[in-house]
Design a protein around this ligand. Structure first.
Ligand SMILES: [Zn+2]
Length: 311
């Protein structure tokens, strides 16, 4: 049997009830059958219709969503499934407003919280560090004027891009919005997403100077002021930057708030790193799979973190 629905018709056919969604989650979280999250025992039973499982050994009761980002949700799983399907099936992603309309939620805050929970499933912090050879540069998005490092960059957001080199192409990428282009903003991002011993290419910006003291091999590419030369020197980050800008124009008409940009960058990264997946269904499968493998996050955590309030 296929692991994921191939299209919308199949999606609707597979997930008509919450019980069907639950079965699907169980097949993903416990591919070899139920496993007790407390004692590790491999047998248990369902205690009724609510999807509650009981461990045959320690009698611990749990659900398939306990300890995942879907933990404690009061909304039907079908709505979560639909949200995930809508997110992956739109080529440019879906805006919070668009998702709110499609799900019929009255509270915008709910949709915003969902998007931010799912965001954690898209880019799992601390996983899968970039390695080998990586290009890094910053770009400005979300405004009109073009400019590098402050010049004409008012009202724009700064996004730092890391792109893996794979032959002449691009491997995986990581993106992050930063407040400025200082060492204090750029270096922690690099240390969080790039494996030590990696060869890192940047331009001559002084904030990148200490990279060679941080267990990286740092190669500085001196870039001319002319834009076409810049894109030849760090071609991968420039390709990612121009794709990101085009996508933002398509989805948000170019203007995007700070917290939405944070979400959008993770969604963009999720899609980009799986761009060879030809089926929307496969993206859906990956998103569900990763949603089963991240820690739960509450509204309080989201709102109190550095991600700001909903806009
Ligand atoms: Zn147990």
């Amino acid at each position: 049997m296929a692991k994921y629905p191939a299209n919308l018709i199949e999606f609707e056919d597979w997930f008509r009830t919450d019980a069907e969604c639950q079965d699907y989650l169980e097949s993903i979280r416990w591919p070899d059958g139920f496993r007790c999250p407390r004692c590790g025992h491999a047998s248990g039973w369902k205690t009724g219709r609510s999807g509650l499982w009981e461990c045959a050994d320690c009698r611990h009761q749990t659900t398939v969503t306990a300890g995942t980002i879907l933990d404690g949700t009061r909304k039907p799983l079908r709505l979560w499934f639909l949200a995930m399907w809508l997110i992956v099936s739109e080529k440019n992603g879906i805006s919070a407003k668009g998702l709110q309309r499609q799900l019929g939620f009255t509270r915008y805050e709910t949709v915003w919280t969902w998007l931010h929970k799912l965001r954690r499933a898209m880019v799992r912090p601390g996983r899968d560090l970039l390695s080998g050879a990586v290009e890094i540069d910053e770009t400005y998005v979300g405004g009109k004027a073009e400019g590098k490092r402050g010049r004409g960059a008012d009202k724009k957001h700064i996004v730092v891009i890391a792109a893996e080199e794979v032959g002449k192409g691009i491997g995986r990428i990581r993106l992050r919005r930063v407040d400025d282009v200082s060492q204090a903003s750029l270096l922690p991002f690099i240390e969080e997403v790039v494996e030590p011993k990696t060869v890192i290419q940047t331009d001559g910006w002084k904030a990148y100077g200490p990279l060679s003291n941080l267990e990286y091999t740092h190669q500085v590419t001196v870039i001319s002021r002319r834009e076409e030369l810049a894109s030849e020197r760090l071609p991968r980050v420039h390709r990612v930057a121009s794709l990101l800008k085009r996508r933002l124009l398509g989805t948000h008409q170019g203007a995007v708030g700070r917290t939405h940009l944070d979400y959008y960058l993770d969604e963009f990264t999720f899609r980009f790193n799986r761009r060879t997946s030809r089926h929307r269904g496969k993206l859906f499968y990956r998103l569900v799979q990763q949603a089963m493998h991240v820690d739960p996050v509450t509204w309080k955590t989201i709102a109190s973190g550095n991600q700001g309030r909903p806009e």
